[in-house]
Design a protein around this ligand. Sequence first.
Ligand code: PBG
Length: 323
Amino acid sequence: MFSRPRRNRKSAAIRNMIQETHLGVEHLIYPLFLVNGKNVKDEVASMPGNYRWSLDLLLKEIEECVKLGVVSFDLFPAVDEALKDQKASYSYADDNFYLHAIRKIKETFPDIMLMSDVAMDPYSSDGHDGVVRDGKILNDVTLPILSKMALAQAQAGVDIIGPSDMMDGRVAEIRQTLDENKYEDVSIMSYTAKYASAFYGPFRDALDSAPKSGDKKTYQMNPANKREALIEADLDQAEGADMLMVKPALAYLDVIHLLNENYDLPITAYNVSGECAMLYAAAQNGWLDYNQAMPEMLLSMRRAGASAILTYFAKDFAKLIKS
Ligand code: PBG
C-alpha cells in the first residue's frame, strides 16, 4: 500500500496545515429583524435566539455583535399590517421606520457593512414580491417600485442593496436609478438563484410576510433546476450586479458550486431561516450537537464556493470561536 491518505490526518498540526477551506467570522452576514417601537425584543417562535428588535435595542445588539467580530448585517422590516397596501408605498415613504433605522445604524456604526432588502412583500397587502393583479404577479409595473425602494435605502446610507424579489430586469433598473442619482458607490448583491423553497417559513413568520394567496412559483425558481441558474447569473452580471447570491444554501450547494465555477463575481449564499430552524430544533431535542453541526454546515457552503454567507448562526459562530 503506497498511498495512505490517513498519513495526512495523523495530527492536528498536519490537518490544519493542509486544510483547504477556511471559515471565519469575516465571511458571515447576520440577518436582523426590525420592528417599529421602543424597548421591543420579541423572539421569533420558529427561530429561538432570533428576535424582532426595536431600533433602540437593536443598536445595542449590533454593538455586541461588533465586539464579537460580526461587522456585516442585513436588515429586514416587520411592518404593521395597517401600513401595507397593494403597491408597497410605505417602502419608500419619508416617515418609514426602516429607512430611519438604516440612517441611525450607519451614523452610529459607520464602519460596518449594512445591507438592505428590496422586495415588496414586507410592505404588500398581498404578501407578494410584485404587484398582484387578477391573481397574477406583474413584472414590469413592479420595477419602478423596486427602484424607488432601492433609491430611498441608498439615500438612507445603506452599503449594499439586496433585491430579493426575482422580477426580471430589476438589477438593471435599480443600477440605472442609483447611478442617475449619483449613488454609483452603492453595491447590489443580487438574489440571483432564489428558489421557491419551503425553507423560508420561519422568516415569513418573523415578518408576517407570507403570500395571502397563491405561492411564489411564477417568479422564484423551480428547486429542480440548475441550468436555469446560469441564465439568471448571466443576466445579473450583465445588468451590473456586484455579487451573485444563491438561496437557500444548504440544500443548493451544487448551485453555489456551479456559479462559482462559471462566474468571476463573488458568489454568496443565504443559509435561510428554515435551514437554521432545523438545527435549532434538533439541538433542542438533544439529537444534534449545535456547536459541531453549525460550523460544519457553514463550512460546506464555503467549500461549495460561497465567499460570504448570510446566516442566523453568525453571532453564535462568533461566540463559539471566541470561547
Ligand atoms: C422575501 C424574502 C424572503 C427571504 C428573504 N427575503 C422570503 C420569501 O421569498 O418569501 C427568506 C429568508 C429566510 O428564509 O431566511 N423577499
